[in-house]
Ligand binder design. Structure first.
Ligand SMILES: O=C(O)CCC(=O)C(=O)O
Length: 233
């Protein structure tokens, strides 16, 4: 015959074991998911909301309009021919001396990437109208050695890309990382940072970095690209 106290103790123990098992299960679930995300790919696309303020985004757009933009160009794999269907947008290059905000972006990019400003290209501002797009591509040179050698003369490959969304009042136009099945949703002021070549072996393009600017369905999309080379320019 079990007395009341023993019954109480046994019940408490059973309850304690159940709570511990449930806790352990939940812990393993959470840890397992995070671990899975971490280890399915060691490649990451980093997002930094509020990298620029709204006012800074607007200042960059206004400056770009004042400067005037030109049709974006992409060259084919085999020759210096334009591939108009690949990139439908217009662009302008802005330098640190142009306005304080451009210099501030360079400084912030260097702080974020831990790569000195001497490795940075000028800021490229890109404007897409409805229908504008940039089909899947690498930002690093993935061409014949003689074509990439031209890059090598100044700064080498594009080690990393810092892409900044300057507005978000449009439809479509997400940035798709096609091999990762990941879409970065544009948000005004948000920056996206990713490597294009292996930091330890600059000759190796990171295939996971392939990305596209999906077609803009309506409205206008503005972005800025800050490319960081493997060596000073
Ligand atoms: O517009 C985008 O979201 C992507 C732009 C891009 O890939 C580029 O300019 O290289």
């Amino acid at each position: 015959m079990i007395d009341r106290t023993a019954c109480y103790v046994i019940s408490c123990c059973v309850l304690g074991v159940i709570i511990a098992l449930v806790g352990w299960y939940v812990y393993l679930k959470v840890k397992g998911t995070a671990g899975c995300e971490k280890f399915t790919s060691d490649y990451e696309v980093h997002e930094f909301p509020h990298f620029l303020t709204d006012e800074e985004c607007e200042a960059v757009i206004a400056l770009s309009k004042r400067r005037g933009l030109e049709p974006s160009r992409v060259y084919s794999k085999d020759a210096d021919l334009l591939e108009p269907d690949m990139r439908v947008s217009e662009q302008v290059w802005l330098s640190d001396g142009d306005e304080a905000v451009i210099a501030a972006i360079s400084k912030r990019a260097a702080d974020l990437t831990k790569v000195p400003e001497s490795h940075q290209e000028q800021l490229q501002v890109v404007h897409y109208d409805a229908g504008g797009k940039f089909t899947p591509h690498y930002d690093a040179c993935d061409d014949k050695p003689e074509v990439c050698a031209r890059l090598d003369e100044r700064g080498g490959q594009r080690l990393a890309t810092l892409l900044i969304y300057l507005n978000d009042d449009f439809e479509g136009g997400g940035t798709n990382f096609v091999k990762l099945n990941k879409t970065v949703v544009p948000e005004k002021g948000k920056a996206v940072l990713f490597y294009n070549v292996d930091p330890k072996n600059n000759n190796e393009i990171i295939r996971d970095s392939m990305h596209e600017g999906a077609p803009v369905k309506s409205g206008e999309k503005w972005i800025a690209n800050k490319w960081v080379r493997v060596r000073p320019l």
